[in-house]
Every structure is written in structure tokens, then in C-alpha cells.
Design a binder for this molecule. Structure first.
Ligand code: C2E
Ligand code: MG
Ligand code: MG
Ligand code: MG
Length: 284
């Protein structure tokens, strides 16, 4: 133990650190239990084509249904999962479930539906990620082109040779690759030529405050135009208002994801929502 500098200063600090550490350990234990007891859920949020109004697919988002506290969002636990050993089993579970849910959407009458799944850097760098993706697709009898993996720039800045090789293998397999939270972090346009990427997801921070902010509108418009020229799909994330939607749609081709259309929902209500939405669409 360190020597005390002032009255109680060290012991206070130490007690606080110990309690933070033990909270973490408790949470990690609870998450292990959650996996074993099947308390994880996937919620789905639609991506709507800005120009045609068609539902192109959805993003699968992890939720933890704690028996005592109810539905918990990943902000409260994802870092614990990503930093520990849980990322491998939970990440595989998400891939399997995401593929199966996509297959069910095809069977429910949406045969072109694309499912996007988030992949953490550590999960991606796993030696057998390509096998895990392949076997998830096979088990669900899903063609690879209906699965999109959302990766982040944080992955692309590290270990580039391994990352590039794995991305190429995934591309050869036929799955789509999306660059999530684009425009934040260490964005480098060279990523777009170095890595096989299909989709750019413009980060919510640009969308949230874009209307009336000419600089941000210029940035979103420029990303849309660049993507069009490069043959990439663009998704605008976090679209909450009609005004944002109208601006993005006028600026160029774009898929819209955000509360304006729907929050992430459990599979049953997501399917119901999709059916309602498409039947409204057909009437137009
Ligand atoms: P993300 O991949 O960027 O996902 C988008 C987040 O924005 C989701 O938060 C979604 O609920 C939220 N969102 C969507 N539309 C709106 C909107 O209009 N307004 C606002 N304010 N928010 C909106 P969520 O579900 O809490 O997920 C947070 C992050 O956790 C995700 O960010 C992703 O990085 C991570 N995550 C979620 N599920 C998984 C997973 O299965 N695996 C991995 N590795 N990470 C995941
Ligand atoms: Mg994402
Ligand atoms: Mg994002
Ligand atoms: Mg994010």
C-alpha cells in the first residue's frame, strides 16, 4: 500500500477505485450470465431509400433484456463486452441471429432485404472471423450479398495488412462492407481506395445539426456526391426530422436511417411496421 499523503486522501481514492473495479467485475459477470441465460436480443432499425421510399434493409442492434431492469442499450455495456472475452461469443451470436432474421424477412415477402450487423475491431481481428461469417450464412441459408458488416475507422487504422486481407476474403465471400460513423475519428479518404468498401454511413453528428448549418450541409452533400462517383451506397444515420430528410434527399441518392422512420424494434414489431409501411407505400 502507498503512504498516505494527506488525511484520508489515499484511502478515499483507493475505495473509489475499488468500487469502480468491482462494479465492472459485477457487470461483466452479469453479462456472462446474460449470454448463458439467453438475455441478449436483436432490435432492428429500417433503412429507407430516400428517393424511392423502399425499405432496403435494417441494422441489427444489440439489446440486453435484464430480468430486473428490462431492456438495456449497448451504451451501458458494449465496452465491457468489447474489452473482455465476451466479444467473441456475443459477436458470433449477433452474426448468427442477424442472418437468421434476414432469412425470415425474405420468407415474409421481402426477398431483397439486406441485414447489417456491427462488428467490433477485436471481433474482426479474430483469426476465424471469415469462417464465422460463412457458417452463419450457411446455417441461415442466406446468400452473402444480403449481409452487410458495419466496421469502423478504428479498425482500419490498426494492423492494416491483416485487416485488408480479411476484408478481401469477406468481399470474395460476397458480403457487403459498410464504414460506420464515417466522418468522425481518423477519417482518411485513402481508406476508400485501399479497402473494399460498399457503403458509407454518415455519422449522426453531421446529420443532427446539419439543417441551417451550411458547412455541415456541404459536408453531407459532398460525401453523397463522392459516394455516387465512387459507386458507393450512402446511409444517413440519426435522421430525426422531415427537414433533414428533405435536405438529404435533394442532395443526392441516400438511404435514411433514424427515428423519423422508426427506432430500433424487436423483430415482431419491426416486421409489422415494415408491412404497414410498405402497404402505405403501395397506395402512393
Ligand atoms: P451504431 O452502429 O452507429 O448504431 C446507431 C445507433 O444510433 C444506435 O444506437 C441507434 O439506436 C441510434 N439511432 C438510430 N437512429 C437514431 C436517431 O434518429 N436519433 C438518435 N439519437 N439515435 C439514433 P444503439 O442501438 O444504442 O447502439 C449504439 C452503438 O453500439 C452502435 O452504434 C454500435 O457501435 C454498438 N452496437 C450496437 N449493437 C452492436 C452489436 O451487435 N455488435 C457490436 N459490435 N456493436 C454494437
Ligand atoms: Mg452501426
Ligand atoms: Mg453509426
Ligand atoms: Mg456508433
Amino acid at each position: 500500500h502507498a503512504r498516505k499523503k494527506g488525511p484520508n486522501s489515499y484511502s478515499f481514492f483507493s475505495a473509489k477505485m475499488t468500487s469502480i473495479a468491482s462494479d465492472r467485475i459485477k457487470l461483466e459477470a452479469a453479462l456472462h450470465r446474460a449470454l448463458k441465460e439467453q438475455e441478449f436480443r436483436l432490435f432492428f432499425q429500417p433503412k429507407v431509400h430516400g428517393q424511392t421510399g423502399q425499405i432496403m434493409g435494417a441494422e441489427a442492434l444489440l439489446r440486453w433484456e435484464d430480468p430486473k431492469r428490462g431492456i438495456i442499450s449497448p451504451g451501458a455495456f458494449m465496452n465491457i463486452i468489447e474489452e473482455g472475452n465476451l466479444i467473441h461469443p456475443v459477436g458470433s451470436w449477433v452474426l448468427r441471429q442477424g442472418c437468421q432474421a434476414c432469412r425470415r424477412m425474405h420468407e415474409a415477402g421481402f426477398p431483397n432485404f439486406i441485414m447489417a450487423v456491427n462488428i467490433s475491431p477485436r471481433q474482426f481481428l479474430e483469426r476465424d472471423i471469415v469462417d464465422i461469417v460463412r457458417s452463419s450464412l450457411e446455417k441461415a441459408q442466406l446468400a452473402p450479398k444480403y449481409l452487410e458488416l458495419e466496421i469502423t475507422e478504428a479498425l482500419l487504422i490498426q494492423n492494416t495488412e491483416d485487416v485488408e486481407q480479411t476484408l478481401r476474403q469477406l468481399r470474395e465471400l460476397g458480403v457487403r462492407i459498410a464504414l460506420d460513423d464515417f466522418g468522425t475519428g481518423y477519417s482518411s479518404l485513402s481508406y476508400l481506395t485501399e479497402f473494399p468498401i460498399d457503403t458509407l454511413k454518415i455519422d449522426q453528428s453531421f446529420i443532427r445539426t446539419m439543417c441551417g448549418d451550411t458547412k455541415k450541409e456541404t459536408i453531407t452533400r459532398t460525401i453523397q456526391h463522392m459516394a455516387l462517383e465512387l459507386g458507393l451506397t450512402v446511409v444517413a444515420e440519426g435522421v430525426e426530422t422531415q427537414e433533414q430528410f428533405a435536405t438529404l434527399r435533394e442532395q443526392g441518392p441516400v438511404l435514411i436511417q433514424g427515428y423519423l422512420f422508426s427506432p430500433p424494434q424487436p423483430e415482431n414489431s419491426f416486421l409489422e411496421w415494415t408491412r404497414d409501411y410498405m402497404s402505405q407505400q403501395d397506395k402512393k
